[in-house]
Write a protein that binds this ligand. Structure first.
Ligand code: K2U
Ligand code: ZN
Length: 167
């Protein structure tokens, strides 16, 4: 397995819309394993293929305290979302050091393929629901800061540019 480099906002490659995976083969399974290793090392609770500059519909998530409950979603689709909205302070491995409140549906139902190529359906709430929606945003080319106000985004960009100059 290998750790993969993570793209940092505002890299335009993060705006790429991911393509569906047509065949769940060993290459896809190797990519998922590398993404999981990258996520655990970061550390993070989710990672989308877009963030490692692979524009295919694949996300890995582990919201467990024990860090041993890995979920892999291939070609995920949200097929139902609650009217109830929940607010959660989100971060992103592609936007280091930035955290802010984002409002999203509190519960979602997701249909996807597993690493065995078989379809499954998952009902999620809490942090798992937030993470699934956050990662699926990445597959649409959307970073969580796009949900914030223009003023906040401007301030975040200035902070990130200052961070990058200091490196
Ligand atoms: O996309 C990413 O970079 C993964 C995020 C996942 C996330 C989803 C929803 C809410 C917050 C984060 C990273 O894991 S950010 C780092 C992190 C780690 C643990 C808890 C919260 C944030
Ligand atoms: Zn993210």
């Amino acid at each position: 397995m290998a750790q993969l480099p993570i793209l940092h906002y505002p890299d335009p490659r993060l705006e790429t819309v991911a393509q569906p995976i047509l065949s769940v083969d060993d290459e896809v399974r190797r990519l998922a394993a590398d993404m999981a290793e990258t996520m655990y090392e970061a550390p993070g609770i989710g990672l989308a293929a877009t963030q490692v500059d692979v524009h295919r519909q694949l996300i890995v998530i582990d919201v467990s305290e024990s860090r041993d409950q890995l979920l892999t979603f291939i070609n995920p689709k949200i097929v139902a979302a609650s009217e109830e909205i929940a607010s959660y302070e989100e971060g992103c491995l592609s936007v280091p050091g930035i955290f802010d409140e984002v409002e999203r549906p509190a519960r979602v139902t997701v249909e996807a393929l597993g690493l065995d190529g078989k379809p499954f359906t998952l009902e999620a709430d809490g942090l798992l629901a937030v993470c699934i929606q956050h990662e699926m945003d990445h597959l649409r080319g959307v970073v969580f800061v796009e949900h914030l106000s223009r003023l906040k985004r401007t301030r975040i960009l200035a902070k990130l540019r200052k961070q990058q100059r200091a490196m």
